[in-house]
Write a protein that binds this ligand. Structure first.
Ligand SMILES: C[S@@+](CC[C@H](N)C(=O)[O-])C[C@H]1O[C@@H](n2cnc3c(N)ncnc32)[C@H](O)[C@@H]1O
Length: 273
């Protein structure tokens, strides 16, 4: 079994983002650290055009739309773009919401910044990186995850193992998609296509209800409510509630979120080795 998913497997998993429920529950995911944006604006001097690649509900696009003259919010999922426009409520008329994959998107202009938040692993790098290089953009790759889940590490690992096995039974081919070593290796594939200028981690405090924490898990392709069906979703919610509620105070969890920022110049060909 290879470590990397094929482009076709990636496209199949990516289709989850078409689901309205996934787009809706995405709002409950933790935001990127405010300090990350501050640093990003320090390292990107231009303020003309920014592209939010795989924008989802436009979390990043909506922040960048204040300092940048124009932001293209790009995503193949209509459900995500609708959620983004609903959240923005027309506050940023300088955001162009574009429904396309990064592979299909064509733009003759230049970009100061391409921001890819938890999305750089989706498109075909051989198609997208040469395009970004031609745009003259700096690429910023961003990911935000809790430093530690609100449960004992062993109990959290046990929960994941249990539910990954349940989902693997349900979804053909899921064992390959859920291979954690595969995800870790895949997570860094894009770095061969970048001349990295810097990387930094920003940690901030984020508070949310147990219900929102559970809802946020369903925004992940692995735990989408459509993939689980109503009965398994309800069991998953009960199981997760029992696991994390002891860490809550008055039904609210306090999480430390680590937001990782890696920036640099996209290459038109990957580095050898
Ligand atoms: C995990 S979400 C990240 C959303 C947002 N960037 C954020 O940081 O909150 C990944 C997004 O990538 C999008 N995506 C999947 N395949 C893509 C592709 N080939 N080109 C561009 N975006 C893609 C999905 O539709 C989804 O909205």
């Amino acid at each position: 079994m290879g470590l990397h998913r094929t482009q076709a497997e990636r496209a199949m998993a990516g289709a989850t983002f078409e689901e309205v429920d996934v787009a809706r529950s995405y709002a409950a995911r933790a935001p990127y650290a405010p300090a990350l944006y501050g640093r990003l604006l320090e390292v990107i001097p231009g303020r003309r055009r920014a592209l939010d690649l795989g924008c989802g509900p436009g979390k990043i696009a909506r922040v960048l739309a204040d300092p940048f003259a124009e932001v293209v919010a790009l995503d193949p999922s209509a459900a995500m773009l609708e959620a983004g426009q609903a959240a923005d409520q027309g506050r940023h008329p300088n955001i162009a919401w574009v429904q396309a994959t990064a592979e299909d998107y064509a733009d003759e202009g230049r970009f100061d910044l391409v921001a890819a938040g938890a999305s750089i692993h989706w498109p075909d790098h051989a198609v997208v990186f040469p395009k970004m290089a031609a745009w003259g953009a700096t690429l910023a790759v961003m990911v935000a995850e809790p430093v530690r889940q609100p449960a004992e590490p062993e109990a959290w690992a046990g929960f994941l193992t249990r539910w990954l096995a349940i989902m693997a039974e349900r979804t053909p081919g899921a064992r390959k998609a859920y291979n954690p070593a595969g995800f870790a290796a895949e997570g860094l594939r894009h770095e061969a296509w970048m001349d990295i200028a810097g990387r930094e981690r920003f940690t901030h405090r984020f508070e949310q209800s147990v219900e929102d924490f559970i809802d946020a898990q369903h925004s992940r392709a692995t735990w989408s409510r459509t993939a689980m069906g109503p009965e398994l979703s309800a069991r998953f919610d009960e199981d997760l509630d029992a696991l994390v509620r002891p860490a809550a105070l008055d039904g609210r969890l306090v999480l430390q979120i680590a937001s990782d920022l890696v920036w640099g110049a996209p290459r038109s060909a990957p580095r050898a080795g």
